[in-house]
Write a protein that binds this ligand. Sequence first.
Ligand SMILES: Cc1cc2nc3c(=O)[nH]c(=O)nc-3n(C[C@H](O)[C@H](O)[C@H](O)COP(=O)(O)O)c2cc1C
Length: 184
Amino acid sequence: MPLLAIVYFSISGTTEKLAHALARGADGMADVALCRITGNDIVSGRFQNERFLETIDGASAVAFGSPTYMGGPAAQFKAFADASSDRWSQQAWVNKIAAGFTTGACASGDQLHTLTYFSILAAQHGMLWCGLDIPGGEDLSGRNRLGSQLGLATHLVDASLPQSDLSTAEYLGRRLARMAGRSG
Ligand SMILES: Cc1cc2nc3c(=O)[nH]c(=O)nc-3n(C[C@H](O)[C@H](O)[C@H](O)COP(=O)(O)O)c2cc1C
């Protein structure tokens, strides 16, 4: 089975719930490696967990996840992205499938900018971007609630994630796993 690596940062657990939902969606179609970035991975401002980078080396698909912080990815995720520059110079991740997911406190909390950053990171690595093929506002079960087709954007309602956002995450995980099975 192809490997899907889900690389994400989460402090209070919302992005982690999305990561786990992606993993559930991919279940049975891809092996999944959940790679949660923590503060301990960052030493003197540099991301230093080579194991995560090696996991991506062996993956066919990668999902990038971070809460939206100050209109972009969290600094901890950016430290990981900066540490991928050696892979970039070799174009070692070329043609891997990539997607992104994020969350925020507000419905329009600039989550799009975080997803845009993820897609640019993927482009820098020569990866192939996988968006969300659910038309916002048209899905009978309410998935892609915020109408974001670049990737999964969510926000907290009454301090928790709506089930429709988790269902969208499961769908994106399934789609990524399907795409990963096609590549190679
Ligand atoms: C430093 C900081 C900056 C934030 N900036 C934004 C923001 O720009 N837009 C937004 O909608 N939410 C923002 N939030 C809210 C977080 O995105 C939100 O609490 C999210 O659920 C946290 O994800 P986590 O539970 O995975 O840690 C910010 C939170 C913090 C702590």
